[in-house]
Write a protein that binds this ligand. Structure first.
Ligand SMILES: [Zn+2]
Length: 249
């Protein structure tokens, strides 16, 4: 793996969110790369600082005065001396810690989950070509590829033959994404491989097609008839869009 690929996976690695193959690739890289190792250690200490509530802010004196004034206005009968400013300061700090924690956790879901998934999809695509393990079943016949998934998945992915349209069906492979085994249907256009990852959609709401580029790979994502589709390749976006259009027909 390159430094860029490693750095993209580091957050997930530190959070323990990578699959075992991903963790192994990161570990073998940081064993021989000081730069990525340092990044990983920095992320680790940031993550433990957040977990230990080590992020603290001292309330500024202007805030103290505002709180003091507000309390005075709301409770005219309360004598100022009853109020212990040490505790007020501690309370304000604690509130800030909670607020910062909530902000950090609120920012994480969705966008970062989807970003992690996109990273995993690109990694799976790259790995399938690097390991020379692009297919588990090699066939250009959809009547061979489709039934092959039958005994291995609890759903039946499409394995359209698009050879006549210039996208040769190469075969199928089992992969692991989004915490589940998924189907990878493999196509080839000139010298470029295309992985189509398919699994049942958890959110069946119709989404407009997404087009992304990560690390030089083009990715097209859509949902259709209860399935989620991720098409990934180094093929240019125009031809990959054509492939997506044919698959959707
Ligand atoms: Zn590196």
């Amino acid at each position: 793996m390159t430094c860029n690929e490693t750095k993209n996976l580091l957050n997930a690695y530190v959070d323990g969110a990578l699959d075992s193959a991903g963790s192994l690739s990161v570990e073998s890289h940081i064993q021989r790369c000081t730069s990525c190792l340092t990044d990983m250690e920095n992320l680790r200490s940031l993550s433990s600082a957040i977990q230990n509530g080590g992020l603290r802010f001292t309330a500024p004196s202007s805030l103290k005065r505002k709180v003091q004034a507000a309390i005075g206005a709301a409770n005219p009968g309360v004598k100022r001396s009853f109020f212990n400013w040490r505790w007020a300061g501690a309370l304000a700090s604690a509130v800030l810690v909670v607020v910062v924690g909530l902000l950090l956790s609120a920012q994480r879901p969705k966008s970062s989950e989807e970003a992690l998934l996109v990273d995993d999809i690109v990694s799976s695509h790259v790995r399938s070509m690097m390991a020379n393990h692009i297919t588990d079943v090699a066939s250009s016949d959809s009547h061979t590829v489709k039934p092959w998934f039958g005994g291995k998945l609890d759903y039946s992915p499409p394995a359209k033959d698009l050879t006549a349209q210039g996208f040769r069906l190469v075969g199928g492979r089992l992969d692991y994404l989004d915490n589940r085994p998924v189907a990878a249907v493999v196509y080839q256009r000139s010298q470029h491989f295309i992985n189509l990852f398919v699994w049942p959609a958890t959110n069946t709401a119709i989404k407009p097609e997404d087009q992304l580029t990560r690390q030089g790979y083009n990715i097209i994502h859509w949902t259709q008839s209860g399935m989620t589709y991720w098409l990934v390749s180094e093929l240019n976006l125009a031809e990959l869009s054509e492939c997506a259009r044919l698959l959707k027909e």
